[in-house]
Design a protein around this ligand. Structure first.
Ligand SMILES: Cc1cc2nc3c(=O)[nH]c(=O)nc-3n(C[C@H](O)[C@H](O)[C@H](O)COP(=O)(O)OP(=O)(O)OC[C@H]3O[C@@H](n4cnc5c(N)ncnc54)[C@H](O)[C@@H]3O)c2cc1C
Length: 352
């Protein structure tokens, strides 16, 4: 009886309005470091811009101390597409623990009724957004590389060998993680003051200590390096198992230094202990798309290609002419890396 009545009602008012017809407002999950908004988070803002021309974008920054305040001030003044900056100032968010962050985003989404929540597809976003989706009882769409409209997205499947177009039909908010390499950020000049977005403090009075959850921050172990971040570098020099050991891998590091490049590695090189695993490029490592990607002693396994094949120019050096890396390389040299790299090091000028 009820379903007949509903069908009759639908005939009168036409199809039930879908979430497509709602106005678009987006919460971008921000990350900051050293008083600056991280580039990957600015890519998430770029992605949010493609959802709709009339999108109202709120950028969430959380943590504590001067880094948070500086990052919020910069985001509010220099990023014209940001309509407001939301600041959650509490020690609870100083470290990227998934439970409190997920609860914070859930809380803000509920208060602001955002139609979309966007985070970058890094380890932070991938850890947090699915938990927010669970709290909201919606299905997230991950690893988005193209936004066709506010509910139509393209994402890679089968380790990047096929692209799948996905329409979001859910009634609740649409949660996305986006690949930063697919949404490049236009350069912003330091002295440009192009925006005056308001900065609002998030009311955390209802946020209980229990929200901290069961996980506990222990420590961050990272190597001090002046090299650019692998995920955003313009040039990446990668070494594979062909380097044979950690000592030889130092040649890759020297070359990267001369070129002002980031260092990458294959999983085989990481598993063999040549370098730490945060340098791994590929399906289960980082996804990169630099201007120049140089691969030495890398066979070009499908799982490695999944992480670098969108690079603008790919150069490969391998002693095996049939190595699959040559199928994606723009410039390939069949040769011994133990001869090629020393020659490059000799001929390249020192970095100024
Ligand atoms: C589920 C899954 C996920 C994976 N994820 C990743 C990932 O994220 N990233 C990744 O990289 N791999 C990943 N792998 C592993 C992947 O399948 C390959 O095993 C790995 O990429 C191979 O690394 P490689 O090219 O360094 O080693 P190899 O395949 O052993 O190739 C070494 C190459 O070096 C060349 N070489 C040797 N000596 C020299 C020399 N003197 N001069 C020039 N060339 C030389 C050889 O000809 C060879 O082509 C994954 C695998 C699985 C199953």
């Amino acid at each position: 009886m009820a379903s007949i009545a509903l069908r009759a009602l639908r005939r009168r008012i036409g199809p039930l309005s879908t979430s497509n017809s709602r106005s678009i407002s987006t919460l971008v999950v921000g990350e900051h470091e050293g008083g600056k908004v991280k580039p990957s988070c600015l890519s998430a803002v770029e992605a949010a811009k493609s959802l709709s021309k009339d999108n109202s974008i709120s950028l969430l920054l959380a943590g504590s101390g001067s880094s948070l305040r500086e990052a919020a001030a910069i985001a509010a003044s220099r990023h014209p597409s940001v309509s407001q900056v939301l600041v959650a100032d509490s020690d609870i968010f100083t470290h990227p623990l998934a439970e409190p962050w997920a609860k914070l985003i859930h809380l803000i989404q509920q208060r602001g009724n955002y139609s979309h929540v966007v985070a970058s597809s890094g380890s932070f976003g991938k850890n947090i957004l699915p938990r927010v989706a669970a709290l909201l009882d919606v299905s997230p769409i991950t690893d988005v590389v193209e936004i066709s409209d506010s509910h139509l997205f393209v994402r890679p499947i089968y380790a990047g060998n096929a692209l799948s177009t996905v329409r979001y039909n859910g009634a609740g908010p649409c949660l996305l993680t986006v690949r930063s390499t697919s949404f490049p950020v236009a350069p912003i000049f330091d002295d440009s003051k192009s925006n005056e977005a308001p900065i609002s403090q998030v009311d955390l009075s209802t946020f209980s200590e229990e929200s901290i959850g069961k996980s506990r921050y222990v420590k961050l172990a990272s190597q001090e390096t002046e090299r650019p971040d692998l995920g955003n570098a313009r040039v990446v020099v990668t070494g594979g198992r062909g380097l044979k050991n950690a000592e030889n891998f130092k040649m890759i590091e020297k070359l990267a230094e001369k070129l002002g490049a980031a260092v990458g590695a294959t999983r085989a090189a990481v598993d063999a202990g040549f370098v730490p695993n945060d340098l791994q490029v590929g399906q289960t490592g980082k996804i990169v798309a630099p201007e120049l990607y140089m691969a030495f002693g890398v066979s070009g396994a499908i799982q490695h290609l999944a992480g670098m094949k969108d690079s603008k120019v790919i150069v490969a050096v391998n002693k095996d002419a049939d190595a699959p890396i040559f199928q994606v390389a723009d410039y390939g040299l069949v040769g011994d890396l133990f001869e090629v790299i020393p020659e490059l090091l000799e001929k390249l000028p020192e970095k100024k």
